[in-house]
Design a protein around this ligand. Structure first.
Ligand SMILES: *Cc1c(COP(=O)(O)O)cnc(C)c1O
Ligand code: SF4
Length: 327
């Protein structure tokens, strides 16, 4: 992470795009949410290709500054309203989500937490969050999120695992991380061994949007996790100009299932300020899912979902539920 690229000019240079390229100019969006691209990810980009689907995920562009659409806001999914303790969100039945850190192994330009006030909401001390979970026997799953929990050092992370394991009614640990994809070296034998030894059922949700992200080293680390007893799922975001075509999604899902990773969710973009240019109309998304259904085994077709503030679960696109309709 120390060696990562931290400005768009250097990023353009590194992939052989000239400084005269529009996107190389510093833009407002980059001040709110700086460029951050690790060299391990950079190596998977196509040099000289401004339309590269991996580059588009990480390179700030001037469209981020065009805030004309008022439906794109700073907290699109109502995260703030579901904070129950410092660093802890409790939105859905049985599951709590811990904001373990504000740091990520990469900065994704479409991120729904690109303006999340981490300094106010991240847990500096786990105690209140753990006490909340301990006092709520209905919680059987703890989700580690962020930011990216795998940016924490092992001592902190393992300490947190131990605290969670000490709460009897918690049965499952879920880790949402983009590190296995962006810096796969983070998935060390030590980490896998520690999770293998846990009494908890361990689920790892990785985050790849395009097949080109899944190179040999990523696939090797996925294999190691599976051998270590971890169930691995993938979630992706439907992104204009990146994966909004049937071939790209088919290739992604095929590569995942060949690696024994279940394509879990395809997310409709959350309407966060600065990301409007990534939005794909839901009608188009539904058509793409239909093509996947025709081409792939049923288990390879992700659930196409959207997150609506105040809803009791993620909602399947096309049939947004409301609280009153559930039970
Ligand atoms: C998405 C999310 C979860 C997990 O939802 P699943 O549908 O079980 O993957 C839990 N808590 C919060 C706050 C979430 O945003
Ligand atoms: S890794 Fe996840 S939380 Fe971090 S910037 Fe990317 S999408 Fe956002």
């Amino acid at each position: 992470m120390k060696r990562a690229i931290r400005d768009s000019g250097t990023l353009c240079e590194a992939v052989g795009l000239s400084d005269s390229n529009d996107s190389a100019r510093k833009i407002g969006g980059e001040n709110q949410f700086p460029t951050f691209v690790p060299l391990e990810f950079l190596g998977r980009l196509n040099p000289g290709d401004p339309a590269d689907p991996l580059l588009r995920q990480v390179l700030p562009v001037t469209q981020e500054d065009e805030n004309a659409d008022p439906r794109f806001v700073t907290d699109p999914v109502g995260d703030q309203a579901s904070m129950v303790a410092s660093g802890l969100m409790h939105k859905y039945n049985g599951r709590t989500l811990m904001i373990t850190t504000g740091a990520c192994g990469v900065h994704c330009r479409y991120c729904f937490r690109r303006e999340f006030p981490y300094s106010e909401n991240r847990a500096h001390d786990w105690t209140p969050a753990l006490e909340y979970i301990r006092a709520n026997p209905t919680i059987d799953e703890v989700i580690l999120s962020g930011g990216d929990p795998l940016t924490l050092v092992d001592t902190k992370l393992f300490d947190l695992f131990t605290h969670i394991e000490s709460i009897d009614h918690v049965r499952r640990l879920r880790i949402h991380s983009r590190m296995p994809v962006v810096i796969p070296q983070r998935v060390t034998a030590d980490l896998i061994d520690r999770l293998d030894q846990s009494r908890l059922a361990v689920w790892m949700v990785i985050h790849a949007n395009h097949a080109a992200e899944l190179d040999t080293l990523v696939l090797d680390r996925i294999d190691a996790m599976i051998r270590g007893g971890i169930t691995v799922l993938n979630q992706a975001v439907l992104l204009r100009g990146i994966n909004d075509n049937a071939d790209a999604l088919t290739e992604l899902c095929e590569k995942l299932i060949n690696a024994q990773v279940m394509p879990y969710y395809l997310h409709q973009l959350d309407r966060v300020r600065g990301a409007a240019h990534f939005e794909v109309p839901t009608q188009r998304g539904l058509e793409l899912i239909e093509v996947l259904r025709q081409r792939l085994p049923g288990y390879a077709v992700p659930q196409y979902v959207t997150e609506q503030a105040g809803e009791p679960s993620k909602s399947p696109v096309g049939q947004v539920l409301s609280k009153s309709k559930v039970l």
